[in-house]
Every structure is written in C-alpha cells, then in structure tokens.
Design a protein around this ligand. Structure first.
Ligand SMILES: *Cc1c(COP(=O)(O)O)cnc(C)c1O
Ligand code: SF4
Length: 326
C-alpha cells in the first residue's frame, strides 16, 4: 500500500510511516501494529488542523493511532451496536419500523480511533456490488413501513456524485419514502469534496437531511464552514452528531464551544452519543453521570436548540436510549 495517496482533494496519510514523516507521530512501531488491525486515514485538511506542539491536541486524539488501541477491555465487543440480527439483506439495517439504514460502502475520509464500527470500516471494505446495491434498494421499495432512508456506512459522501445521485434518486422515487438522510464526516474532514457535482446529486426531488459528525469546535475551520454553507444554500438542513470523548470534549467549555460552532455553521445539534464499547477505545470513555452533568450545566448557558439529546446504544441492538434528562 502506498504511504499516502493523492486524490483530487489532496494528500491523505494512510500509514504509520506517512504520519511520522508528517510530524504527527512519535511511536511509529506501535502505530504500525495498530494499523494491522484498524484502518488509518488523515486527510491533508485534518492534518492541517492538528497542533503538533500540543501532545494532548483534541484533533490528533481523534485520528492518530495509539498503542492503547491494542488492548481490548473485557466489556468491549466487535459489534457494539449489534446490527447483525437487524440486517434483512446485505447493506441494510432495519431496527425501527419507519426508518432503515443503507450502508453502500464502508470507507470514510478519516478513520476515528473511537469508531463503533472500527472492526468493519476501512479503505477497501464494503462497497456493495451493483447487484447487492440493487437488492438493497429493492428491499426499500418493497418495505412500505419505511418512511425514511438513512445512508450511512462508512461515509456515503465518499461515493462519486454520480453513484450517490443514482442511489438518492431511486430512493426518492419510492412512494412511501418521505425523507432521505445522510450521516457523514466529509464536510469537516475533507470539505473540498462538497463541490457542485455533489450538490447536484443531493437534489433528488425529496428532502435530504445531512447529519454531520464533529466533536470539537476546531473542526469548524473556514473551509468546513464554507462547505457546510454550500450544503445549506443548496437546501439541505444540517443536524449535528457528536460523541462524548475523554480528552476531546469532556468539559462544559469544550461542549459549549462545539455546539456554538455548530450553530455558526447552521447546524442544529441533534445527538451527543455516549461512547460505544468498541475494541481498544477505553481511553475515550466518559462516565454517563459526568456526561449528564456536563449537559445539564449547559442549560441556561447556551440556547436550548444548541443542546443535543444525550443517547447511547442499548446492548443487544435495542436501539438508542436517552440517558437521563439533560
Ligand atoms: C440511529 C439509528 C437510526 C436513526 O435513529 P434516529 O433516532 O431517527 O436518528 C435508524 N436505524 C438504526 C438502526 C439506527 O441505529
Ligand atoms: S467517520 Fe464515522 S464510520 Fe467513519 S471511522 Fe469515523 S466514526 Fe467510524
């Protein structure tokens, strides 16, 4: 595998050596061992957000591999959201009657060290074949209880605009589907991908909502804010999705800054997720009581519509459960 590859969006660092050469890593040997199990990707844009002089940089912490990932805690599992039993057909997860997930690919612009799907996401993984995609879309067509199709993965905005546009158009043509939703990290991880061709693909004739995953105010750099603005100007409402992460956003000030940054980018904060117990992620864990207290401390301090719901995945695939009342 090449150390870094170049796309029209710029250079992406994909190996321990490439990260070390970019000055983003001290222990290359440990990171190389991590890379044997979990994918690495840091876009040029994200590399530029990292403060190399700060050993606790909250951007680096999200993406730079760490030897601690090699240790799996007893409660950690390789399918923390228990999607397995809710998969009626490859690429689809159907847990709630009225909405279902479509996972057209498992590649992402960056690989988050705390990812709950880290055992399956990766650069060569999970692109549905044409036949599999056709079968998945046919499942949506024949399942009338489904009113919303939610594209996730992986990151659906890694698809070419032509492929993404074709998927959205076919889903939008299904009479019982009212809305489409896309979960993505692209606007903050690789904002140059939000180009005219992609914006065209996002106009299939039914509402498309985009949930943007971001965890720290500094992820809202000028190119990301501009990319998010292009989406809103194209008529796409934006929701914010974050994960509560030790060392990244586990303080009232960090959360306030994050949610205010989302408002400035015209994003409505939607969910703050408690960490799922994926392997090797214990260094990010924040106790639920602490998360609840943090969110409660924001009441009255920031606008009500800037405060997301605090949720976690129920074990055994029970869906999302609210944590306390923030
Ligand atoms: C999170 C999730 C959804 C979407 O849930 P919302 O609460 O509507 O955001 C749908 N299906 C599955 C399987 C999910 O995990
Ligand atoms: S972008 Fe989402 S799916 Fe991809 S690595 Fe990060 S958390 Fe996982």
């Amino acid at each position: 595998m090449p150390d870094g590859d170049t796309t029209r969006q710029g250079r992406t660092l994909r190996t321990a050596r490439a990260l070390r050469e970019a000055g983003l890593l001290r222990d290359e040997a440990a990171a190389a061992r991590v890379a044997e199990r979990f994918a690495i990707s840091v876009t040029d844009h994200v590399a530029g957000l990292i403060d190399r002089t700060d050993p606790a940089d909250p951007i680096a912490r999200q993406y730079i591999p760490d030897a601690a990932e090699l240790i799996t805690a007893p409660h950690e599992t390789d399918d923390p959201t228990a999607d397995g039993p809710f998969t009626p057909i490859k690429g689809v997860v159907h847990r709630y009657p009225d909405r279902a997930l479509l996972k057209p690919l498992l590649a992402c612009p960056v690989y988050c060290r705390f990812c709950f799907r880290r055992e399956v996401v990766g650069p060569d993984g999970g692109l549905l074949s044409e036949a599999e995609l056709d079968a998945a879309l046919a499942w949506f067509e024949r399942t009338p209880s489904v009113r919303e199709a939610i594209l996730t993965g992986g990151d659906p905005l890694m698809l070419s605009p032509r492929r993404l546009g074709a998927i959205l158009a076919r889903l939008a043509a299904v009479p019982h589907i009212d809305t489409l939703r896309i979960h993505t990290r692209v606007p903050v991880a690789d904002p140059a991908r939000i180009d005219a061709a992609l914006l065209d693909a996002l106009r299939p004739g039914k509402p498309v909502f985009i949930a943007v995953h971001a965890n720290h105010a500094r992820e809202f750099a000028a190119p990301a804010i501009a990319a998010l603005g292009r989406l809103v100007d194209a008529g796409v409402p934006l929701l914010g999705q974050s994960v509560l992460l030790r060392g990244v956003n586990d303080s009232a000030q960090a959360l306030e800054d994050l949610f205010r940054a989302m408002l400035r980018a015209r994003i409505s904060p939607y969910y703050l997720h408690a960490l799922d117990a994926a392997p090797g992620t214990a260094r990010f864990a924040v106790p639920d009581e602490q998360g609840l207290a943090l969110l409660q401390s924001l009441r009255g301090r920031i606008p009500g519509h800037a405060i997301p719901a605090f949720v976690r995945e129920r074990p055994a695939g029970g869906g999302k459960a609210p944590i306390g009342h923030a």
